[in-house]
Design a protein around this ligand. Structure first.
Ligand code: HEM
Length: 234
């Protein structure tokens, strides 16, 4: 290799695996049974994977919202992004189910070390809620972009659902948004279930009542209510 040549790109370098694979730091001391540290490692990895997927789906939602509005609407490409968001959420529902394999006993063994740290501090989760119009006043940018694209074609939501062929790709965009809404709600619902399975009715580490607090949140976790309401009016 001459002095000017760039070092060869490697798999690990490209993916920054050194950083990623050294970012798991269980807090339970070595003196705990070995299974406890393995369980905590599992807990950490799962949450980290969630955060990585949140990052990706925020990127896709943002991109869909950028390319959907008229006059240069690229609804086919936006559809790809929205379908990917729905697939990621479907994967995350399954990933939540992984916690069925974390026994209450193992979790309780390392839970005291978490202090007051809680999933409710996830900034990216709040951003996902915002992107879906479930937080803040401005509504979902992706959904607003979709309605702008519909208006530019002179279509109402009723038209879109009564005559899908006339609406074409925008009908499929509407249904991709319904998938996103449904999978996000499923994710919140399965989170309540795994919380109950793991900690029963104990309070959360973040200071809430725990499962009952999470169950109440389900009432307001359905994104894009217009797309659910139109079904009743057809
Ligand atoms: C054993 C597994 C889990 C248990 C027992 C659990 C339990 C809880 C509880 C009790 C709360 C209520 C807040 C509090 O007082 O702490 C909460 C909130 C939350 N958790 Fe989890 N959780 C688990 C896994 C996860 C995972 C894997 C994620 C993914 C990032 C997650 C994300 C969240 C978020 C975003 C909130 C805030 C929800 C809201 O306020 O709308 N949790 N969790």
């Amino acid at each position: 290799m001459t002095e000017q040549e760039e070092p060869k790109l490697t798999y690990g370098g490209y993916l920054d695996l050194d950083a990623i694979l050294n970012a798991q730091h269980p807090l339970a001391p070595e003196s705990e049974a070995p299974g406890v540290r393995a369980a905590e490692h599992f807990f950490i990895v799962t949450h980290q994977a969630f955060e990585l997927w949140f990052k990706q789906l925020l990127l896709d939602l943002d991109h869909a919202a950028t390319i959907l509005p008229p006059p240069h609407s690229d609804a086919e490409l936006a559809l790809d992004h929205l379908q990917r968001v729905a697939s990621i959420l479907r994967l995350l529902v399954q990933q939540m189910v992984l916690f069925d394999n974390l026994s209450p006993r193992s979790f309780l063994a390392f839970r005291p070390y978490l202090g007051s740290a809680s999933g409710s501090e996830s900034g990216q989760f709040r951003e996902v809620q915002r992107a879906l119009g479930l937080r803040g006043q401005s509504g979902s940018p992706a959904f607003n972009a979709f309605t702008a694209a519909l208006e530019a074609r002179g279509l109402s939501l009723e038209d879109t659902y009564r005559e899908p062929s006339k609406a074409g790709v925008l009908y499929r965009v509407a249904e991709a948004l319904v998938d996103v809404s449904e999978q996000f709600w499923q994710l919140c619902a399965v989170h309540v279930q795994i919380a109950e399975r793991t900690i029963g009715q104990r309070p959360g580490t973040g200071g809430t009542t725990g499962v009952s607090y999470l169950a109440e949140g389900l009432e307001s976790a359905k994104a894009f209510p217009e797309l659910w309401a139109v079904r009743t009016r057809l």
